[in-house]
Design a protein around this ligand. Structure first.
Ligand SMILES: [Zn+2]
Length: 156
């Protein structure tokens, strides 16, 4: 199903990410074929943050899509905490280090869960993990890990 993702993101920021309310966050629906297997990612252009939406997002309900978007917004929160030099170094390392990528994805999931998006993240992750052709699944928390972490911090 297609949704107005810009509106959904604005609502999530207002409700759950007050630390991002001054950020310029845009949504771009990516037509790039290479991007077909993804739900979404974030890219940074000077001070603008662009959440790119992949074709796969249309497989998700609005509620489950919120989990994915809360994950992307959590990436921006972590990004904002780094200074310029740290951002540069991190940006390079993220693509080179499998371990760092895995760590960052986990931290991002944990933040989205702490913001109250455990169930929608869990459901979208189940759908994501069904795609066996995806090479990036190993970086993310498994649905079961999302559930047990959320229960541990009383956010399930
Ligand atoms: Zn991510």
């Amino acid at each position: 199903m297609k949704h107005n993702y810009q509106m959904i993101v604005n609502d999530i920021v207002k409700k759950s990410f007050p630390e991002l309310k001054r950020d310029k966050i845009l949504i771009k629906e990516s037509k790039n074929k290479k991007f077909d297997e993804y739900f979404a990612d974030v890219t940074y252009l000077f001070f603008i943050k662009i959440i790119r939406i992949g074709k796969k997002m249309s497989e998700l309900s609005k509620e489950n899509g919120e989990g994915v978007l809360a994950h992307e917004l959590s990436h921006i929160v972590l990004f904002n905490k780094r200074n310029f030099i740290q951002k540069m170094i991190f940006g390079i390392k993220y693509y080179l280090s499998e371990r760092l990528k895995g760590l960052e994805e986990r931290r991002t999931d944990e933040l989205a869960i702490s913001k109250g998006y455990a169930k929608s993240l869990y459901k979208s992750r189940i759908i994501r993990m069904k795609d066996k052709t995806s090479k990036s699944n190993k970086y993310y928390m498994k649905p079961q890990e999302i559930k047990s972490y959320a229960k541990k911090i009383k956010k399930w």
